[in-house]
Ligand binder design. Structure first.
Ligand code: PMP
Length: 360
């Protein structure tokens, strides 16, 4: 069977060379006579894998030396609790911007540990825009300020990072990490569930400035304490070994593409091609505010639900799969992460054109 054009929001398409390399090395990694899945995490061979994974990530993201890079489990959702458990210990206050379901979950979780202020929200319009921020409303002595840099479900993203002054900025970067340049120094902590621009699911990457470690709330479980993971090089317990290895292959692939700036240029062009078609279409329309549009997730609709369903059905029959919008929003969403080529996006646009001609 041929591979499909997979527009899933995550877990999503991985670069084909990554899958082929994993296949090639599946039974016998680097003449060890065993699969990476069968290796002790403390073996010399595995240590070399995790070290080079971290090195590649640092290089791609330009992570400064005073930041730790941790490969954890529990997905981005565990970070909704780990962030407050580790950082909300000084004044027990944090500011959050509510830009959707994931921010909302992060807010609910943090509210269990301290006082959370939602400084801005776009809930009034189903999160289809990024709310304007008024620094006068920020809590000056907050322990941190949390944003979701890219909102996977609604296709919005922060074009500009908030200026939080001396307050630590925390970013959930699950759906746009490595898609474009981010200055890590602007953040105290970044987290991202691996299943979009990194893979495979099961790994969560945390980048944390060293001075933020060691102040966890007293009752923080050991597994939720960043310091334990940092002090043990992500080997406090058995790490998600195979997922980390796939991350390494993805990072190698990204480096071969020219790194983050090179992929960003392609991502911008992919998004431009798709949005341009949608904006000029007599059938399709985009649902996110133009100025806040994501270059990773592109939500759109037709004139009515029945036609949306028809589109999804016809698209799938032609090999364009996982275009259904999130269950809370409906409509369609094309997720066009790093592994999706410009050619694939152009093919989708061609298909949408045909559908439009048949249905206007
Ligand atoms: N944050 C964002 C922005 C996401 O897109 C997702 C998952 N799609 C999550 C958090 C939750 O991630 P996980 O399923 O790894 O817990």
């Amino acid at each position: 069977m041929e591979r499909v054009y997979n527009f899933s929001a995550g877990p999503c398409a991985l670069p084909e060379p990554v899958l082929l390399k994993a296949q090639k090395e599946l039974l016998n990694y680097n003449n060890t006579g065993m699969s990476v899945m069968e290796m002790s995490h403390r073996s010399k061979d595995y240590m070399a894998i995790i070290e080079s994974t971290e090195q590649l990530f640092r290089e791609l993201m330009q992570v400064p030396d005073n930041y730790k890079v941790l490969f954890l489990q529990g997905g981005a959702s565990s970070q909704f609790a780990m962030v407050p458990l580790n950082l909300m210990s000084r004044n027990k206050k944090a500011d959050y911007v509510n830009t959707g379901v994931w921010s909302d979950k992060a807010i609910k979780e943090a509210s269990r540990y301290g006082s959370v202020k939602v400084v801005a929200s776009s809930k009034d319009q189903t999160f289809n825009y990024i709310p304007k921020l008024d620094p006068a409303s920020f809590t000056p002595d907050a322990d941190y300020f949390h944003i979701t840099t890219n909102n996977t479900i609604y296709g919005t993203r922060f074009n500009e990072l908030p200026d939080t002054g001396s307050v630590t900025l925390v970013g959930d970067m699950s759906s746009d990490i490595l898609s474009k340049y981010y200055d890590v120094r602007k953040f105290g902590l970044i987290y991202a569930g691996a299943q979009k621009n990194m893979g495979a699911a099961g790994v969560c990457v945390v980048v944390v400035r060293e001075d933020l470690l060691g102040n966890a709330l007293e009752f923080t479980p050991s597994m939720m304490n960043y310091k334990n993971h940092a002090d043990n090089g992500s080997m406090f317990n058995t790490p998600p070994t195979y997922g980390i290895y796939i991350c390494k292959l993805v990072y190698e692939w990204l480096k071969e593409q020219g790194g983050v700036d090179a992929i960003a240029a392609i991502n911008i062009e992919k998004a431009r091609v798709l949005y341009e078609f949608i904006d000029n279409s007599s059938l399709f329309s985009g649902t996110a505010a133009t100025e806040d549009r994501s270059i990773m997730n592109v939500p759109f609709i037709t004139k009515d639900h029945a036609l949306d369903d028809q589109f999804l059905k016809d698209a799938a029959a032609s090999g364009f799969v996982n275009l259904k919008g999130h269950r809370t929003t409906g409509g369609m969403r094309a997720s066009i992460y790093n592994a999706t080529s410009l050619e694939t996006v152009q093919k989708l646009v061609d298909f949408m054109k045909q559908f439009e001609q048949a249905h206007v």
